[in-house]
Design a protein around this ligand. Sequence first.
Ligand code: ADP
Length: 566
Amino acid sequence: MRSIWLRRLRRLKPRTFQARLSVAFVTVIALTLAVVSIFVVNRLDDYFTRQQEADLKERLTTVSAFVQSITTGSSRGQPVIDRDGFVAQRVLSGLEDDAVRVIADQIAQADVIVRLGVTVAVEGQAPQFLSASNGTVFLPRQAPPDPGQARERTSVTGYVAGGPVDRRYTIEVTLADPYTYRATAINNVTGLLAAIALFALGLAVVVSAALARRFTTPIRQLTDASRALAEGDLTRRVPAAQLRAGSSELGELAVQFNTMADRLAESVELIRRDRDRSRDFLADVSHELRTPLAALRTFNQLLMESAGDDPEARTEFLESSAGQIERLDWLAQNLLELSKLDSGLVLLDLRPDDLRAAVESATHQHDALARRRGVTVELDLPSTPIRIRHDPPRIGQVVANLIGNAVKFTPREGVVRVSVESTQDGARIDVTDTGVGIDASELPHIFERFYRGSRANEARGAGSGLGLAIVRSIVDMHGGTVTVESGPGTGSRFTVRLPSDPRNVAGTPAAQRAAVATAAEGSERIAAAAASDPAEAASDASQDALRNMTETSPSDSPHVNPASAP
Ligand code: ADP
C-alpha cells in the first residue's frame, strides 16, 4: 500500500528541468513566507497578551480601591466580619447594589469577582481564606461587546487588607474574561499576511516560470539541434548570439557545438565526395577495361571461326590483339600508379639533381612519335644547371605526359616547345604547342580522372584521361603547381612550377615526414649521446634525420614508365 503511494508520489515529481526549477523556486518562496508569517503572528500575540495583562492590572488596582471604599462605606462603622467569621450581610448587599455593578462595565471592562474574609498568610502563595461561606460577590459585565471585541479567557487577582488590627480581613478582587480586541487584531494580521503570501506566491510562480524558461530555452535549442544533427540534418545550428544574451556559458557551449557541427558537416561532405569519386572512378575503370576486352573477345572468336584459316586475316587480328593487350597493360600501369600516388604509398626520392636532365630525357622519349606525326619538338634549356630537390623519374613522367599530349593534339607541321628556367623560389617548366587547344568550359575538368575533351577528335581515342591526373598528383607531392592557358585553335601552354625544396612546403608528404623524423631521430640520438657530449649530439641528430628523410634509396620508390598512349 505504502509503495503504491510512493510510486504515485514519484510520478508527480516534475521531470523537466524547467518544471523542477519552477517548483524549487516556488517552494523556497513558500517556505520563507510560512516561516516569516508564523514568526510575526507569534510575536504579535505575545505583545498583545503582555499589553492586555498590564492594562488589566491597572484596572484591578482601581477596582480594588473602589471595592474597599464600598466595603468600608457599607459597613457603617460595624465590623465587616462578625464573630463567627461570616461577612456582614449589609456589606454584601452594598457590594451587590446596582450602582456598584456598573464598575464591571465601566472600570473593569470584565467580570468582577469579590471575595471577603479572614486570611492567613502562606509563604510564597496567595493568602488562604479561613472562612468564606457567604463572602463572594459576582459582578458580571452586562454591556454587549463592542464591534471587534471578543471575550478573552484570562484573569487577574489582587488582594487588599482592611479592618482594625484585631478584626483584620482581606478583600480579594478578580477581573475575569475581559472583552479585548486581541483576537480580532491577530485575525486581521493573519488574514493580511495570508493575502500577501498568496500574492507573493502567485508572483513567484510567474517569475520562476519566466526565469526557468529563460534558463532552459537555450538548453532546449541545443537539444533540438543535437537531435536534428543525429537524425542527419547537418545544416542545423544553434543561434549562438541569442544564447549568449541568456548566459555566457551556454553561449560558449553553443559556439563549440556549432564548430563541431561545421567540422562534422565538412567531414561528411568530404567522405561523400570521396565516395562519389571512388564510385565514378570504378565505373570509369570498368568502362575503360570493357572496350579492349570486348575487342579481344571478338578477335578471338573470329580467329576460332572462319578467319583462322586465312593467314592474312589471322596476322591482322593478332596484330590488333597485341595492340589491345598493350593498351590494357598501359591502362593497368597508369591506374596502379594513380592509386599509389593517391594512397600516399609513393615515397618521393628527392635529390638535389639538375632538373635539365629529367626534362631532356623525357623530351627525347617522344622523338620517334613526333617524327611519325610530323610535329617538331623544340627543347630550350638554360646553359647553367638548375639544382632543385626533386624526384627525377617522376618529374620526367610529368614532362613526358605533357609532351605526349602536346604531340597527340597538335596537327602535322605543328611545333611543341619545351622550356625550363630557374625562378626565384625554384624552377618552371613550360610545354607549349600549336595544337587544337582546349575550350574554356573544359579547362576546369582536364585534370580530372578519365576526363577527355571534345575537341581532341580522333586523338581522344588514344588516351584514357589519366595522364593529367597523374601529372597533378606528382606536382602536388612536390609542393608545386600546374596551370594551363589555352584557347580553341591557338594551342596550349602547360606550366609546371616546382619549389627548390619540397620539404619546406607545408603540407607536402616530404615536409610531414621530415618533421616526424626530425623529432623521432633527434630525441633518440639526444638520449643516446646525452652522457658523452649533449650539445653535439643534439645538433648531429637533427641534421642526420633531415638527410635520411630525403635520400631514400631508389629501390624503395616504385617507378613506372612515363605514361604515354600506345
Ligand atoms: P589522355 O590520356 O586522354 O590524354 P589527359 O588527362 O592527358 O588524358 O588529358 C585530358 C584531356 O585534356 C584530353 O582528352 C584533351 O581533351 C585535353 N588536353 C590535354 N592536353 C592537351 C593539349 N596539349 N592540347 C589540347 N587538349 C589537351
